[in-house]
Design a protein. Structure first.
Length: 360
């Protein structure tokens, strides 16, 4: 690994953040003919892309270094592309889930609703806000490809990187549809949906939270197909464990830490492994408490709290913790077995552990 590459989280984040700003500036120039409307989209995207743990970016750069990569600028561009993809996914997800907040701030479509309330006809701002959120998410997705192009032009063979990114984006979209489809099914069918719940986590989250970052970092470094596949095999279980940790935090995490209201997944009717376990293993009283609040946007806080307590008492959180452990440890063992450059491998292992043990 070239000595000039600093793999510390602060250094990597600074470089990725700079690339994120560069691509947004380029997008702003492209939107300039739209005048104030284009500027509003850019303002919302600037806020939506700011912050976050940048774990996907860190994984990408660390994987690149672990494979002896020298295309550092290209790796940073791919990392920025992943972060822009994440921004697009979150904006669209919040529209679909009708979420009010993201990272402790108003969700993008709520920001548009507020802005458009001053110019729109009475009563139309909520729908306009949702529509604007979809469009802003689309622009964020296009901006992710702008960042990706900055890497592709620097690579001798860009095809593996382009193919990995395209496959990831397609799978995440299908995973989002599967998540939405599951949430719409009758609760009575939940017992037979464990396989679909696991497939949702694998497609919607694992694919771009761990599998693709690890594979893309290796591909930018010029790793062969066998090694790229090995990194994907590490990333899939880590990514599922990452989603399970997110589900635990979404149920019982502190809102001031997570930036989302506790129990929000209950109101959204989200089908999680925690819910599945509680529903299939809990008592009749626990199922009644869950049923009273699940998927109800108008459920009061007491009803949500009772449902959360029922899921916890029925062992949903404990089962998720067991599943996280059973996924994480074999993935770490496999990672340790690979012949990787030492400094990059050490950072990768630390990040893999952070994916599944975080508090926010």
């Amino acid at each position: 690994m070239p000595a000039s590459i600093d793999l510390s989280p602060t250094a990597v984040k600074d470089r990725v953040d700079a690339r994120i700003r560069e691509t947004l500036d380029a997008t702003a120039l492209a939107l300039a003919p739209a005048g104030a409307a284009g500027a509003e989209i850019i303002d919302v995207l600037a806020e939506s892309s700011h912050g976050g743990k940048r774990l996907r970016a860190l994984l990408t750069v660390a994987s690149h270094a672990a494979h002896g990569g020298a295309a550092d600028a290209a790796a940073v561009s791919v990392a920025a592309a992943l972060e822009w993809f994440q921004t697009a996914a979150l904006i669209h997800d919040d529209v679909l889930d009708e979420s009010d907040t993201r990272r402790g701030r108003p969700a993008a479509h709520r920001r548009f609703e507020e802005m458009l309330g001053d110019v729109a006809e009475a009563g139309t701002a909520p729908q306009l806000g949702r529509s604007a959120g979809v469009l802003a998410g689309d622009v964020a997705l296009m901006t992710s490809h702008r960042a990706l192009d900055g890497a592709l032009v620097a690579l001798a063979d860009p095809r593996p990187v382009a193919e990995l990114f395209a496959s990831m984006a397609e799978l995440v979209t299908a995973g989002q549809y599967l998540d939405m489809r599951l949430a719409a099914t009758p609760l009575a069918d939940l017992a037979g949906q464990r396989e679909s719940i696991m497939a949702t986590m694998r497609c919607k989250t694992a694919s771009y939270s761990a599998e693709a970052p690890l594979a893309l970092g290796a591909a930018v470094a010029g790793a062969d197909a066998t090694r790229i596949d090995a990194m994907k095999q590490v990333g899939v279980p880590l990514g599922i464990a990452f989603q399970l940790r997110d589900d635990v935090l979404g149920l019982i995490g502190a809102p001031e830490v997570t930036g989302k209201p506790a129990g929000d997944d209950v109101r959204e009717g989200k089908r999680t492994l925690l819910l599945w376990h509680a529903w299939t293993s809990g008592s009749d009283a626990q199922r009644r408490a869950i049923h009273a609040a699940l998927g109800r946007r108008d459920a009061d806080q007491a009803e949500v709290d009772d449902a959360v307590a029922a899921i916890v008492e029925a062992g949903g959180v404990a089962e998720a913790e067991h599943e996280i452990e059973s996924l994480t440890q074999p993935a770490l063992t496999r990672l340790d077995s690979l012949e990787l450059e030492a400094a990059g491998a050490a950072v990768l292992r630390d990040l893999a552990e952070r994916l599944t043990a975080r508090a926010s």
